[in-house]
Write a protein that binds this ligand. Structure first.
Ligand code: G6P
Length: 360
């Protein structure tokens, strides 16, 4: 069944491999009888009335939220704020007149997120939970639910739930934007299919990543991921993925912000992984990578086809610019998997962590 490892040594590896199938499943699930993308009409109607969307989440789900902000703002023109549940709970931001709340939670059980949901319901605002678990607390208590259809995620380090959250947010953004009649539309079914094919190619190319992980991440104490725009959001998640299972202290940084302090930490051999998938900032990130390399950092580059240069370590198949985070996460997840493995850690059950955190 779904929750057995089968021939896989770890759940994490199995769940990484499942991602192309999950994306295809999401596309299938969010279709109407005519094969067009579709979302519950009430959700769409509520969002069309909203003057701002508030995304509330923890951990990996909050990182999917940042990508969701970009997707929703670009495709629906509704402003979006992303908040950590544990911060929102006790220090809520000033809200607009017609807010719409989206709770992102793989488990649907995270206590910090639930606390905010209870509060928001008291205030009387509309709420949507995007979750992997049907019937979970956050799903039952919100007005609306959209499911991730990712199948059970067992490894503590979240992989397929992250990419599924982004895919569902992409579907939602496209459907809402279309019903608003906005000029920019994306054939999301087609584009997510291209992403899924790309993911498959990269998953088949694991040896390369394992090699990089064993060469550069086997002994380092710290590491950095850098990028701009969507590549910054991907960097935050890639860094969390690496630190939580390899125990290498890793930060995901906005590439342009490095020079304002953090570059002081770069020493001879410090691994720095640059993400380059966004054309408008590719040159700038290249510049930041140069700055790091000239200070002795060991630079690795993950670049999208078309933006790649000679010597880049990993080339991502070309996808729609709004969806590049999905493909970029495959090598990042695999790097953390192999780094953890080479360091002899318990990949699926890292120390001090729980799959779902039911205390505030
Ligand atoms: C825990 C998990 C993380 C997860 C976070 C939020 O800390 O270890 O992987 O991202 O909770 O969980 P949720 O189920 O709300 O997405």
């Amino acid at each position: 069944t779904d929750i057995e490892k089968g021939t896989y040594p770890h759940y994490m590896l199995k769940e990484i491999d499942e991602q192309p199938a999950v994306l295809r499943k999401i596309v299938q699930h969010y279709q109407d009888a005519h094969g067009n993308l579709a979302v519950d009409q009430e959700i769409v109607a509520q969002m069309l009335q909203a003057d701002r969307i508030y995304i509330v989440a923890c951990g990996t789900s909050s990182h999917a939220g940042w990508v969701g902000k970009q997707l929703l703002e670009t495709l629906t023109h509704i402003p979006v704020e992303v908040h950590l549940s544990s911060e929102f709970g006790y220090n809520p931001p000033l809200l607009t007149e017609k807010p719409f709340f989206i709770f992102l939670s793989q488990s649907g059980e995270t206590a910090d997120s639930r606390q905010v949901l209870v509060q928001v319901k008291e205030w009387g605002y509309p709420t949507l939970t995007i979750t992997n678990v049907q019937g979970s607390t956050l799903s039952r208590e919100a007005d609306y639910t959209m499911l991730l259809h990712a199948g059970p995620e067992i490894a503590v380090a979240s992989t397929k739930a992250y990419t599924a959250q982004i895919a569902v947010l992409a579907v939602l953004a496209e459907v809402v934007g279309k019903s608003k009649g906005l000029p920019l539309t994306v054939d999301m079914q087609h584009e997510l299919g291209i992403v899924a094919n790309g993911m498959e190619m990269m998953i088949d190319d694991k040896e390369k990543i394992e090699q990089l992980a064993s060469e550069f991440l086997a002994v380092s104490r710290n590491a950095f991921y850098i990028g701009r725009g969507l590549d910054y959001y991907a960097s935050m998640e890639a860094a969390l993925k690496l630190k939580e299972i390899s125990y290498i202290q890793t930060e995901g940084f906005a590439a342009g912000e490095l020079k304002h302090g953090t570059i002081a930490l770069i020493e001879e051999g410090t691994p720095v992984i640059g993400m380059i998938t966004q054309e408008n900032v590719a040159g700038h990130t290249r510049g930041n990578i140069q700055e790091v390399a000239s200070r002795g950092g060991h630079v690795m580059v993950i670049a999208m086809d078309g933006l790649n240069e000679a010597g880049d370590d990993f080339i991502l198949p070309k996808t729609h610019p709004l969806l590049t985070t999905l493909n970029a996460m495959i090598p990042a997840q695999l790097l953390s998997y192999y780094a953890s493995l080479h360091r002899g850690n318990d990949v699926d059950k890292p120390r001090n962590l729980a799959k779902s955190v039911t205390v505030e």
